[in-house]
Ligand binder design. Structure first.
Ligand code: ZN
Length: 139
């Protein structure tokens, strides 16, 4: 069995940002040379997510509006987590809802997606360096 590991680095300007990383994951799969197996992609930070859905700008805005209703950033004092001196209590909750990782089947050297599926990085506490791990195993 072969395995391949790669980290992607993000440093978003905004606190909240969604980034389509499908091309970068496909590039890692080509680099791996693996034709049949599994591809794991996970956020390496507890205030960011990796998830799969549609690349559609209305939906992206819906995510932001929905998450902001569920866990508004301000007022910062509403979160006990922020009593530690942090201001990202909301970002931990947003990450929990949107998930830590995705696993995609690799078939014939391609990511074996359903219709319209794309992989996204969700940043909820940006403005600093964050990493995403790609791990691919198979033959
Ligand atoms: Zn925190």
């Amino acid at each position: 069995m072969k395995s391949y590991r790669k980290e992607l680095v993000f440093n978003t300007k905004k606190r909240f940002e969604l980034i389509n990383i499908t091309d970068q994951v496909e590039a890692a799969l080509r680099e791996s040379g693996i034709k049949e197996g599994l591809c794991l992609v996970n956020a390496m930070h507890i205030t960011a997510s990796v998830f799969i859905n549609d690349h559609e700008s209305g939906l992206w805005q819906d995510y932001q509006d929905w998450l902001e209703k569920l866990a508004p950033h301000a007022p910062i004092a509403q979160y006990r987590h922020n009593l530690t001196g942090e201001d990202n209590g909301d970002a931990h909750l947003k990450r929990q809802i949107m998930g830590r990782e995705v696993v995609v089947a690799v078939t014939d050297g391609r990511l074996d997606f359903g219709p319209w599926e794309q992989i996204f990085y969700g940043e909820f506490d940006g403005g600093r360096r964050k990493r995403v791990l790609i791990k691919i195993i198979g033959e």
